[in-house]
Design a binder for this molecule. Sequence first.
Ligand SMILES: *Cc1c(COP(=O)(O)O)cnc(C)c1O
Length: 382
Amino acid sequence: MDYGIETQCIYGNGEHFDGDRTGAVSFPIYQTATFAHPEVGRSTGYDYSRLQNPTRERLEQVVAALERGIDAMAFTSGMAAIAVLMELFRPGDHVIADADLYGGSVRLFNHINEKNGIAFDRVDCSGESVEGHIRENTRAIFIETPTNPMMHVIDIRRMAEIARRHDLLLIVDNTFLSPYFQKPLTLGADIVIHSGTKYLGGHNDTLAGFLVVSSVELSERLRFILKTTGSALSPFDSWLILRGIKTLPIRMERAQENAIAIVKYLQAEEKVRRVYYPGIEGTKEYELCRSQATGFGSMLTFEVESRECALRVLKQTKLIPFAESLGGVETLLTYPATQTHADVTEEDRIRTGVTDRILRLSVGIESVKDLIADLKQAFRRE
Ligand SMILES: *Cc1c(COP(=O)(O)O)cnc(C)c1O
């Protein structure tokens, strides 16, 4: 069915749930570890919840529909999804990873994947020539766009072309824009990652992760790793994320509207040196983001005049919590240098611009006048 994305967020590809005699409108939570078989050699299609569970399956169908994938897999967290993904590679393989990535992905690469014989080159995929870094053993390009926290925008179509030419996988972590604003598989990516904890769940209450794939072969390989290593999402958490996704479009729109208003305020705030947000007209990020996404999202980063000023703002907001994470209805203020990027080496942090004067805001759906008033008083109080 060719439903609009708002409808797909509620009904997936249009299959109303009809396997339940009660007609329940909300998809049931199948809180069961195992399923009885009618007889030897026959199965209902469900054997054991590590492999299949109806609630998780429903969620996976919705996410696959939103991202235009042929399959989606739901994991206990974004990092669990990425850890399974990296099992596609063998000792001796080489991966090109963008220079500005979620700190947890960097920690996984540096402390776990490298130990297992996978080599990485960190390349600024928004600027540098990526092709110059491709080796005989290169297997994949791994990017996020916009990047975290510096909000660089990477040309997904260009990365897909390079990947195709050299027979590499293009992997895109699409957490920041969500499929509501950006669908990397339609631009040529092979695998999309989500931290479902963020916009998909949307309420800062549940951890989840997704891999969405463009081919049957990738689906089979990754499902084998998932069932073997066992990090599939629980039925109850699957249901919470299903519920969150139903309001994804209106949350994304409202949060973006708030973010744009906050960007304007921050640009006029004298203690702010620079605001990083792809929706600022006249920047190259703006044009590129417009060419591959239908929105700019509600993540923004800003640089203040000094480290002391950053610490003061973090301490003095009253409404906005100082907390890690993003993508929920609550606006959160993050200090990347000591939080999300604490495990990135100082040298890498400074090189990518994540200094101790950088603050990151995940804008939620509160009244924007309250958010701006809170930031204003935090800047003014001594
Ligand atoms: C949070 C996040 C992750 C990790 O997801 P968890 O659900 O916290 O494990 C990966 N990528 C990005 C871009 C994120 O923001």
